[in-house]
Write a protein that binds this ligand. Structure first.
Ligand SMILES: [Zn+2]
Length: 268
């Protein structure tokens, strides 16, 4: 089972079938299609602070909010710094995303209903989490640094610690990111994986000339399973953002001049 493609007018966003089936959440991973931003942010850009017209970004949030069914004014999100700190969002944090004095976090979890949480992506791996028993959701941003720091595993641990979630109940979705076909790095990256994760990480990179090709999605799936998530409960999008940069934002394919996509989830 893969992610499901949804269209609302020109707006394309992805959802995870196992998440939708619970009836507990509104969620989506946005694409770069169906917004109002002008080049080079055309057209669906949800990243603030990259130079796009703030009015266009605001309209994009409205388009995404209408389709996915969340109130953008209540969004909780943070500047992302490629670390593994996980924020526990409470009702009083509603609207935190648009405040200027926010701390930095690469992952968010919450059990508050009607409180949308989001992380932003353009090649870095989005990880969605949902415990349908305890009714807890999470999103994580993991590029290679966040993956080496096992940010997704840290989010699972935090769900156990704060909300007494059982990993075997947790559903996960790993969205579009730089694929093993395209995500090329120097040796420092596989070295960081081995030193932090162990020798098992070597299944998720292959030598490519002087460099290496990295399977970020596969490695994040491994990290989740090592933290007790069942393989059958993990949905992979199988989409490479670099190969599909006309549909998804890719930092690498655009040379960094780009908008951003959001991984958004909210308990109903
Ligand atoms: Zn690719």
């Amino acid at each position: 089972m893969s992610f499901c493609k949804n269209h609302n007018g020109n707006f394309l966003y992805l959802t995870i079938p196992s998440f939708s089936e619970t009836g507990l959440v509104n969620h989506g991973f946005t694409s770069r299609l169906g917004g109002v931003s002008k080049a080079p942010f055309n057209s669906m850009n949800l990243s603030i602070g990259r130079g796009d017209d703030p009015d266009a970004v605001k309209e994009n949030y409205k388009i995404a909010g209408d389709a996915i069914d969340f109130n953008p004014d209540r969004l909780v999100f943070f500047p992302q710094v490629h670390k593994n700190d996980i924020f526990v969002a409470r009702e009083e944090d509603a609207g935190m995303g648009f405040r200027t004095d926010r701390p930095e976090y690469d992952g968010i979890i919450t059990n508050v209903k009607n409180l949308p949480i989001a992380t932003f992506h353009a090649d870095c791996t989005p990880i969605f989490l949902l415990d349908p028993i305890k009714e807890v959701v999470g999103v994580v941003h993991a590029g290679w640094r966040g993956t080496a720091l096992q940010a997704a595993g840290k989010a699972v641990l935090k769900m156990q610690e704060v909300f007494s979630c059982k990993p075997e109940n947790i559903l996960a979705g790993i969205g579009p990111c730089g694929g093993k076909c395209c995500y090329e790095t120097h040796k420092d990256v596989p070295d960081a994986f081995i030193s932090s994760i162990g020798d098992e990480a070597s299944d998720y990179f292959t030598p490519f000339g002087e460099k290496y090709l990295i399977d970020l999605a596969g490695l994040n799936r491994f990290i989740l399973t090592r933290n007790g998530i069942l393989e059958k409960n993990i949905t992979m999008s199988g989409i490479c953002t670099c190969c599909n940069s006309d549909t998804y934002w890719s930092h690498r394919a655009t040379g960094g001049v780009r908008g951003g996509m959001a991984a958004i989830i909210m308990l109903r």
